[in-house]
Design a protein around this ligand. Structure first.
Ligand code: TXA
Ligand code: MG
Length: 319
């Protein structure tokens, strides 16, 4: 199929070098990862990081995740501990982000870390992200490539849908394999999950051999991804519904259904939660672009990655 978007580039070596050069010149690019697409820039450069905040319309108090190619490099910027090493050895590279204490000598832009004493770090698994990091002498600050509070992108076209031609280079890494953002775990104290993801609390508990809780909201916002309205398609989302209540409402279904309708969108006909997670943002985006006025969603089992799906739906529905 012909590529109708000139800013979406094949991830060949020539374009990886083009992306490298752009990033070294403090520009930002669209970067594929295994979770969602990111908006990547030099994490050591205030200028790059400012561009990320500006283009995303992200509040300055909401810090970015810093992406590293390996442990050796990460150790320059954060203080590591035993829990981290245990999880790193089993799960990395992969869809998990660790909150750790920032080193005094760290070169990470203070704007990127929103002046916090901690930094969120991640080691992406996607080949293109790994290759690009391999070419660079610094880590990449990369939040999800969407306007703040909106849906995360899971394909290069979604990044264009969000930013049109404002991002000059989007490396094509295909459809995101997971389709939901990484699990975030705070390891600065007793391990706590701040954002559920495809790596579940059960899996983490098993590796650490201790109970790991999922942080629920309190007055204090620990991870601003926990801001009330987030991951939003821009129209009301209603959870745990069996039917749609009017003709302008789409219904997201899960599993086998017996009625056919062009207002029904199935997350997974097989009832597979991983497939549902992978389809979630794509379907929400599709429904928004079709002009529906609201979205009703079937009950999604709250187990495994279903916990992350419900977390995103709850925030999209402002509950
Ligand atoms: O899967 C992912 O994590 C994607 C890909 C591109 O890597 N990135 C992503 O970034 O989801 P973003 O910026 O959309 O979400 C990062 C979350 C935010 O909710 C932010 O508040 C939280 O991480 N965060 C960053 N630094 C933090 C810190 N020091 N303490 C607590 N939360 C932090
Ligand atoms: Mg995000």
């Amino acid at each position: 199929m012909k590529n109708i978007y000139p800013n979406i580039l094949k991830s060949n070596l020539k374009n990886l070098y083009r992306a490298k050069k752009n990033i070294e010149n403090n520009n930002i690019i669209g970067l594929p990862t295994e979770t969602v697409y990111g908006l990547a820039g030099n994490a050591y450069s205030n200028k790059s990081v400012k561009k990320i905040f500006h283009i995303k319309k992200r509040p300055s108090y909401n810090p970015l995740i810093i992406h590293f190619k390996n442990l050796k490099n990460a150790k320059k910027d954060v203080v590591i501990n035993n829990n981290f090493l245990k999880l790193y050895s089993v799960l990395c590279p992969g869809p998990i982000t660790f909150i750790l204490k920032k080193k005094h000598t760290s070169k990470i832009s203070k704007i990127a870390s929103a002046k916090k004493k901690t930094i969120a770090i991640r080691f992406p698994k996607h080949n293109v992200a790994k290759k690009l990091l391999g070419l660079l002498k610094f880590p990449l600050a990369a939040p999800s490539a969407n306007i703040s509070s909106k849906l995360s992108p899971t394909s290069p076209n979604d990044v264009v849908d969000e930013f049109k031609d404002k991002i000059k280079i989007i490396l094509d890494g295909g459809k995101s394999k997971i389709g939901l953002e990484s699990t975030i775990i705070d390891l600065t104290n007793k391990p706590r999950i701040l954002r559920p993801g495809s790596i579940t609390s059960e899996k983490i508990s098993k590796i650490l051999n201790k109970r790991v809780t999922i942080y629920k909201k309190t007055k204090e916002i620990k991870s601003p991804g926990q801001l009330k309205i987030h991951y939003s398609p821009g129209i009301p989302v209603k959870m745990n519904r069996i039917i749609n209540s009017n003709k302008n409402e789409a219904l997201i279904v899960f599993g086998k259904i017996y009625k056919k309708s062009n207002k029904y969108f199935n997350l997974s006909k097989k009832g597979d939660l991983n497939e549902a997670a992978n389809n979630l943002y794509k379907i929400l985006r599709k429904i928004k672009n079709k002009g529906f006025k609201s979205i009703a969603v079937n009950k999604i089992p709250n187990v495994g990655i279903g916990i992350a799906i419900n977390d995103r739906l709850r925030k999209a529905s402002n509950k």
